[in-house]
Design a binder for this molecule. Sequence first.
Ligand code: M6R
Length: 605
Amino acid sequence: MCGIVGVLGRHEVSPIILDALKRLEYRGYDSAGIATIHMGALDRRRAVGKLINLSDLMVHEPLRGRSGIGHTRWATHGGPSVANAHPHRAGRVAVVHNGIIENFRALRAELAEKGASFTSETDTETIVQLASHYLDEGLTPVQAARATLKRLDGAFALAFLFEGEEDLIICARRGSPLCIGHGEGEMYLGSDAIALSEMTNRITYLEEGDWAILTRNGVQIFDAEDHQTARPLTQINAAQARVDKSGHRHFMAKEMAEQPAILQSAMASYSGVGEGGIDLPEGLDFARADRLIMVACGTAYYACQVAKYWFEQFAGLPVELDIASEFRYRAPVLGPENVAIFVSQSGETADTLAALRHVKPHVAQVVSVVNVPTSSIARESDMVLPIHAGPEIGVASTKAFTAQLQVLALLALRAGRARGKLTPEEYAARLDELRAAPGFIAQALDREDEIRRLTEILAKARDVLFLGRGVMFPLALEGALKLKEISYIHAEAYAAGELKHGPIALIDKDLPVIVLAPHDALFEKTVSNMQEVMARQGKVLLISDAKGLREAGEVPYSLQMPTVPDIIAPMVYAVPAQLIAYHTALHRGTDVDQPRNLAKSVTVE
Ligand code: M6R
């Protein structure tokens, strides 16, 4: 959450920072701000709400200078207001910060006692007040920044700008991502490489605990023990990092439409000389594993929930699955033969990363399935399986979900072979089915007009219920999550068989109930549960294939999906779940790509 950027440029930096913030806005849009140094003087502009408000403000009140820092905020401490917006300033220092300073109350009290007067409710202001205090004590900017960092507990990425210092930004990374960009006579920093993609493709990722001194000539990096250190310079693919809507109305629309192509090319990137023509990282050892631990958040968690069925079915591997924020606070029993899989689109989700760190010393292998191979989760894993989905900007995760499912299916099949549960023929047959997924997903996308019409009714609902059995239960959960987050309609999902144990009390003529039920081994049972809903006048929308719709009899509303092999049904049925949310949100006029209260990358616990 929150995006930070810094530029030591050769020209005016405000437009460059604004542009970089645009690419970071997915991380938060409660407020935005920029501080620069011009003729030695520190000045800043801040505005509540989306970045456009800051751009508008800066048309009337431009900010000059060739050095500056910027911030886009997802509020944690203190609501969205100008006073709480970054950059925060005290005396001669300004700071932008992503993360949480856990000991800010104690620091604030200490500083207040020494006479500091606070103007915001944020934890961040303690950083800038501390640095200012150290400057007043006679420390140099570098000494003041270092002394400040030593006092901070918590997870953060931050950058300091000092009045009178036109060629200096100091930044630090502890728990939250931060990278340095190298230009020609210019230097940059950003929360991710995408932020810097229009300026440079030469990136250095700071490691955990690092802090750095940037000048236009380059960067000096220090580790947590203050030893000067070298970090590799990587060349990123600028074309991949570039983000636009390619003619679509929303990023979410573009990202849904991309799914067939992404799954196709991701499969190609795993193609090779390995068994069944698939190459997975060497050293991946499912044969000896006695248990699989899967941990993730949100949509990635639902992908894991689908994969649990696969690992059990194809590999006979017991799976323990949990939400990252819960997992760590239990006393999970971990063993030396366990393999742990962490799934995350961003690779930066704080809860998932913390769970990974908790597990790593106790298990045989830590595997991550991520979209950002340079992310913290990827870098701290023993093995990384990229999903190759390209930048996902819409807050609602769509293409990452189907791409995660594809990679997890490959893993489950490989585990099945390694454990002798799948014959070579069965393995090859399932792989062929997986290879057919892009075509079927494209067919599901073709139902968009029909889905748009169906959502006219849904858009008027106060609550919506999703039902599914087996792998369709996590799909129901995913459908409800998508609908909640972008249309703000209250939605719940239940395992269809669980309905009669309580939630059926909710059913009346006003409640739309979306039933996800391909004609698979569980179809009859799901249809029975659907009949129970219809008997109580629930407004059912049945999503099934031709055979399912034929056998289900009359239903108020239906949507036909292609007939698909079981293994790819979750990927195909994800599409109507996404499109339902998307078109319902459009009818309701909500902000699809940047729904209220949310941020794309959740880097606070
Ligand atoms: O980056 P991650 O996959 O770790 O993110 C996990 C969740 O925050 C994310 O899936 C979230 O639930 C999405 N907004 C759902 O659409």
